[in-house]
Unconditional design. Structure first.
Length: 229
């Protein structure tokens, strides 16, 4: 095995370092494949799904991260030259599913998360900036963040229930700009991160996930129909 196979390029969400992290353990499992009847005869074949769980060690802070790699035999991704490979960070807590999330939103959100244990004010300002970036990416009209959010609600891009979440993100971002005068608590920041995470998942990840599962169910139904014919 070549040495580079023992390392994976990853960001450490304990300390913010980005670089090659050593693979401590790799656990793999494949689901699906041929289905046999009680006589040991192959009667059907299910799509194979490959899971890799990789435990990484950070060279800077020595803490571990757990990454999940998923792929299956049906979805070929020409960019990564792999069959539908998706990489998710399961631990530490930055368990954001970035599926369908535009690169600029992802990097802005990650930049905010990186400083949450270092500087609360900068983190809140960054979260506010992420919300601004989302509004722009969604084509919201308005001169300021307030009016852009209103426009997103009017257009039905965001449901009414998210209005308060946006207000909190905006408000705490403003408070952070006047750091020192207004006391901000760490738990406020944690919750604000959660609200923004929910908005990101709602706007970008859920539609892709639902679409993907819908296609899968439809394909399965078609297959079933053909078998019955
Ligand atoms: Zn680290």
């Amino acid at each position: 095995m070549e040495k580079k196979d023992n390392y994976l390029l990853q960001q450490c969400y304990h300390c913010g370092n980005q670089g090659l992290m050593e693979i401590v353990v790799k656990h793999q499992h494949t689901y699906g494949g041929p289905i046999f009847n009680k006589y040991g005869e192959e009667i059907d074949i299910d799509m194979q799904e490959y899971f890799d769980w990789i435990l990484l060690s950070c060279p800077v802070c020595k803490k571990v991260s757990l990454v999940q790699k998923y792929s299956n035999e049906c979805e070929y991704n020409p960019n990564t030259k792999t069959y539908g490979e998706y990489v998710d960070l399961l631990y530490p807590e930055c368990n954001v599913n970035y599926l369908g999330v535009p690169e600029e939103i992802k990097s802005a959100f990650e930049a905010a998360l990186k400083v949450k244990n270092i500087d609360i004010s900068i983190c809140l300002l960054s979260l506010r900036r992420v919300l601004e970036a989302i509004c722009k990416e969604q084509g919201a009209e308005g001169k300021n963040l307030d009016s852009m959010i209103k426009n997103m609600l009017d257009k039905g891009i965001l449901p009414e229930v998210m209005n308060d979440a946006c207000w909190i993100i905006r408000q705490l971002g403003n408070d952070a700009a006047h750091a020192g005068k207004i006391r901000i608590y760490k738990s406020d920041v944690e919750q604000t991160i959660d609200f923004l995470k929910t908005i990101i998942q709602y706007l970008y990840t859920l539609p892709v996930q639902m679409d993907r599962l819908k296609v899968k169910i439809e394909k399965r139904r078609e297959k079933q129909k053909k078998v019955q014919e």
